[in-house]
Design a protein around this ligand. Sequence first.
Ligand code: NAP
Ligand code: MN
Length: 264
Amino acid sequence: MKYAITSKGDSKSNALMHKMRTYLNDFDLQYDENQPDMVISVGGDGTLLYAFHRYKNRLDKTAFVGVHTGHLGFYADWTPDEVEKLVIAVAKTPFQVVEYPLLEVIIRYQHAGKESRYLALNESTVKSVEGTLVMDVEIRGQHFETFRGDGLCISTPTGSTAYNKALGGAILHPSIPAIQLAEMASINNRVFRTVGSPLVLPAHHTCMLKPVNDVDFQITVDHLTLLHKDVKSIQFRVAAEKIRFARFRPFPFWKRVKDSFIRE
Ligand code: NAP
Ligand code: MN
């Protein structure tokens, strides 16, 4: 089995990374930064987001594990003092794997033929470059509403505890293959009307955003922010790909929610 370790880059995470490498080498596991079967991320949830994007081209061949050197994370749910246990578990392959849904984003442009495709582990957001975002929202090919406001956030189940939660979205269990559309400060009065509630769409429903006036947008995919010009449409749906996490011990999702947001 080949593995790679990514670190947040601070001294604590780097020290833990080197410690794990030494242990894993003692177990005769091969370090391979380019084609790992397992990626161990040391830092926080943000570090795992980076690791995901670095290895997104081999998701079917890679399992992820997250160690947190700061607060408990949703992806980074192993503590530094558990790494000995973790290393032994990693060395003792085969291991169990759990798969979580991802979000597919396809951006099409006014010039026919050109399109960009992204995968998000947490979410994708759409904001205007200047002023209010105005977008026609289509669900399953049918016009649903015209959104006016700060922006829209489309999240995965595991991303539902991140930005989506701050927007009043629901927390979704990651065993549900769905995406969630949450509003950022929509304008609602007698002229403009949106549904107001977050929407949860099943895997076979597509959400499409179409510009009403302005065609330039600031679009995020997890931690990445890009300016997209001459946009014709932005399409969201549950991706065919999934992220695989190596599972060495039970840590139920609702316990992670409780430990992260209520108390340990
Ligand atoms: P960041 O600004 O350092 O992250 C914001 C916080 O979100 C960090 O505490 C991070 O945890 C946490 N986080 C990331 N993924 C999470 C998840 N799935 N569930 C619960 N918490 C999560 O930036 P970053 O670390 O590069 O992460 C990017 C993410 O920040 C975006 O995907 C978005 O979800 C989130 N964000 C949130 C808001 C908001 O809540 N208003 C605004 C912008 C972006 P760690 O400290 O462990 O990294
Ligand atoms: Mn972070």
